[in-house]
Ligand binder design. Structure first.
Ligand code: ZN
Length: 161
C-alpha cells in the first residue's frame, strides 16, 4: 500500500488473472500472492474494498466482519468478470485513459517514443508513437495486438454471459 492509493477490489492469491484484468479495466486492485487471510481482510476493510475470493470460509468471515465479499466458487475468468460487471457496474471495456498497470496496479501515464526507446523491441518503436508507462514499476505498454485480443475477449464475454 503506498501513495494514498485506494483499492476498490481485493483479490485472493488464486485469482491473479482476475487481478490483472480488473487493473486493465481501470479498477484499483490489491493482489499479493503471499498475503494471508488477515491481510486480505485488513486491506479490504481499510479501503472499503470488495473482497473477491474462491475461499468460502474467508468470504463468510468477511461478511461477518462487515466486508463486502464475492465468493466465486469455481467460476472461470470470463464468468467472474461478468459477475463483477453485473454487481458492481464494472464496464467490460478497455479504456486506455483509465487502465492501470496489470503488474503492480500503478497509474499509467502517456509517454512518447523517444522516452521509451531501448525499453521496448525495435519493431514496436517504429510502429507506434504513443506509449503508456507505469509510474510505479516503469513497465511500458503500447496498443499492440494484445490490446485487440483483449477487446475481442471482452466482446465475447458480453455475448456469452
Ligand atoms: Zn507497474
Amino acid at each position: 500500500m503506498s501513495g494514498g492509493e485506494r483499492y476498490e477490489f481485493v483479490v485472493d492469491a488464486m485469482l491473479g488473472d482476475l487481478a490483472k484484468w480488473l487493473r486493465i479495466l481501470g479498477r484499483s486492485t490489491f493482489y499479493d500472492p503471499h498475503a494471508g487471510d488477515e491481510e486480505l481482510l485488513g486491506v479490504a476493510r481499510a479501503h472499503g474494498a470488495v473482497l473477491v475470493t474462491r475461499d468460502r470460509e474467508l468470504c463468510l468471515r468477511a461478511g461477518a466482519e462487515g466486508v463486502v465479499c464475492v465468493y466465486l466458487g469455481g467460476a472461470g475468468l470470463g464468468e467472474a468478470l461478468a459477475e463483477l460487471g453485473r454487481r458492481f457496474g464494472l464496464r467490460l471495456e478497455v479504456d486506455l485513459s483509465r487502465t492501470r498497470c496489470a503488474l503492480c496496479n500503478g497509474a499509467l501515464r502517456r509517454a512518447r517514443r523517444e522516452e521509451v526507446a531501448g525499453r521496448v523491441p525495435e519493431g514496436v518503436i517504429e510502429r507506434y508513437e504513443a506509449f503508456l508507462v507505469c509510474e510505479r514499476c516503469g513497465h511500458v505498454y503500447w496498443p499492440g495486438s494484445h490490446l485487440r485480443r483483449m477487446r475481442e475477449f471482452l466482446r465475447g464475454l458480453e455475448q456469452r454471459f
